[in-house]
Design a protein around this ligand. Structure first.
Ligand code: NAD
Length: 263
């Protein structure tokens, strides 16, 4: 297991489920205190709190703020500083969601919400948390892009625009922080089995009248490996980016996609 993160504090957005939750576990098991943000009811938060206490024994806080709203982002920032006046050491901008629809009929409010959560919220959070990282001379900003930050597919215009955009944002922040001890990188997963991707499997299965297994095989079929990416693969990549071995990695967009984009 790469490097201890004891004494550090991370905010992982979209960590009530899927990839974000996997990253939160990978950081927490290295001793990092975690602020878990995401949508969910009190029961979800209660269960997560028990899980983290039992499995990792680290300080864990939960925030149900909606990252589509600037007022919620501001509250999240204030809450984190109340808990940790020295600010964050690690910011993982991971929250996201998908909507599949041709561009002609793509709902404007859905476009706005997707860009807000997956591109604008990372900007607001970076702007707010970066200054204290600079003062400390160390920080890690990890943005969740996708293979869809490198290539496109039909009917995902907002998602693909946000995921391409976050790679540009990542490179810019990396250049602005170069040499400061702060790094900024993007992770670009292929297909990972989570509620977000399972919805697409279910839709494809229904639309094409095929089984869930057949639909999954079609989607994973774009990977050269024909195998899905596991949550641990992404969690451990994030932990690696926080380790001393990654001190000089910045501005990268790291594909973890079973060879999808190599083809
Ligand atoms: P998921 O649905 O399991 O988790 C999404 C998380 O984002 C949840 O915690 C949800 O509460 C949170 N979220 C959504 N809208 C929010 C909002 N307005 N405010 C705060 N939190 C919000 O999905 P996932 O597959 O784990 O996706 C996580 C990230 O990984 C996303 O950015 C997604 O685009 C990216 N990604 C996923 C895959 C995949 O195959 N699953 C592949 C590439 C990239």
């Amino acid at each position: 297991m790469s490097g201890s993160l004891k004494g550090l504090v991370a905010l992982v957005t979209g960590a009530t489920s899927g990839i974000g939750l996997g990253i939160a576990h990978s950081l927490a098991k290295r001793g990092c205190s975690i602020v878990v943000n995401g949508l969910g009811d009190a029961k979800v938060f209660e269960n997560l709190k028990e899980d983290f206490a039992r499995q990792h024994g680290v300080d864990t806080h939960f925030s149900g703020e909606d990252l589509a709203k600037l007022s919620d982002i501001q509250k999240l920032h204030n809450d984190v500083l109340k808990l940790y006046p020295r600010g964050l050491d690690i910011l993982v901008n991971n929250a996201g969601f998908q909507h599949v629809c041709p561009v002609e009929s793509f709902p404007t409010e859905t476009w706005d919400a997707m860009i807000a959560v997956m591109l604008t919220a990372p900007f607001h959070l970076t702007q707010r948390f970066l200054p204290r990282m600079r003062v400390k001379g160390w920080g890690r900003i990890i943005n969740m892009s996708s293979t869809h930050g490198h290539v496109a597919s039909a009917n995902k215009s907002a998602y693909i625009s946000a995921k391409h955009g976050i790679i540009g944002f990542t490179k810019t922040v990396a250049i602005e922080t170069a040499g400061s001890g702060v790094t900024c990188n993007a992770i670009c997963p292929g297909y990972v089995e989570t509620p977000l991707s399972m919805k697409q499997v279910e839709d494809r299965s229904r639309d094409q009248g095929i089984t869930l297994e057949e639909a999954k095989a079609q989607i994973v079929g774009v990977h050269a490996s024909k195998q899905p990416v596991k949550l641990e693969h992404i969690g451990e990549m994030a932990a690696f980016l926080c380790s001393p071995a990654a001190d000089q990695m910045t501005g990268a967009s790291l594909v973890v996609d079973g060879g999808w984009t190599a083809q």
